[in-house]
Design a protein around this ligand. Structure first.
Ligand SMILES: [Fe+2]
Length: 280
């Protein structure tokens, strides 16, 4: 299976569920608070939506969500920006995992055979199939967090490309990986990779900001793992306040920063500031 375009990671029902979890309330309490039938809220969890415009507005207000973004999700028209003008080539590698799709990314100077890999996907065979044909050498692998859907291809990548330095978040049990902390900075060829430690979805989680030393004021790329998605944020399994703090921090990056999330399509910081349901 080859996935050319990633669907959004979350639909309206997923966003409502995450927002309720963040707020620590169940559907009956939400229903009473926003005067929407609890059954309609439960239907939304099963991707059946029947909210009126007024109900959507009260849901957004009651859960502290961005109403414009929530309505865009509900109508299946969440806006996605054009991603152009990066000072290097970016190859999104979409791989299936369970019922979902996980993303890995190769960056390379355009025309070069050497690249840097971020995450390694959820399916070894598919990662091989979608691998950019021109990329024959890897200078480094960076892992956002040690969940199988982001890590499954690592051993195979190491077999194919030889001893490649692997970097991952502190506290992650990734064989052969070096832990990288908040603020760690790497210069790999013309790439400058900065580490942001972002626990909250997983206890061990990093995001990475990539710039080109050849274009230091040029557009940057944020590899956001499972913290920030187009139209949503990651599930907060450990601590939602911590995760939201990191989302706020990521959104303070320049608005033209391209965002390459662990699931779903590419977006930009500016787009998510305007439309992400979790951003007010
Ligand atoms: Fe994930």
């Amino acid at each position: 299976m080859v996935i050319e375009h990633a669907p959004l990671e979350d639909e309206l029902g997923d966003v409502l569920e995450k927002a309720m979890r963040c707020a620590g309330i169940g559907e009956d309490e939400l229903a009473a608070r926003v005067e929407v039938a609890a059954d309609k809220i439960r239907d939304a969890f099963d991707y059946r939506y029947d909210f009126t415009a007024e109900e959507m507005s009260r849901l957004a207000e009651g859960l502290g969500l961005n109403e414009i973004g929530l309505n865009a999700l509900a109508s299946g028209r969440y806006p996605l920006p054009e991603i152009g003008g990066l000072p290097f080539c970016l190859y999104p590698l979409r791989t299936p995992h369970g019922i979902g799709v996980a993303n890995a990314y190769v960056i390379a100077e355009c025309g070069s055979q050497r690249g840097v890999l971020f995450d390694t996907g959820g399916d070894v065979e598919v990662l091989r199939r979608v691998w950019p044909t021109g990329i024959r050498r890897l200078d480094a692998v960076f892992i956002t967090h040690p969940e199988t859907e982001h890590l499954a291809g690592l051993a195979d990548v190491q077999r194919r490309f030889g001893p490649v330095p692997v970097f991952g978040p502190a506290g992650a049990a990734i064989a052969g990986a070096t832990s990288v902390q908040e603020g760690s900075r790497f210069e790999i060829g013309r790439f400058v990779v900065e580490t942001l430690a972002t626990p909250g979805h997983a206890e061990a989680h990093n995001c990475y900001v990539v710039r080109s030393s050849g274009a230091p004021t040029g557009r940057a790329l944020l590899v956001s793992g499972d913290i920030l998605f187009a139209g949503s944020i990651g599930g907060a399994y450990f601590c939602s306040e911590r995760l939201k703090k990191h989302v706020t921090r990521l959104l303070a990056l320049p608005e033209d920063t391209a965002v390459a999330p662990g699931h779903g399509p590419l977006t930009t910081i500016g787009n998510e500031r305007r439309f992400n349901p979790f951003v007010l």
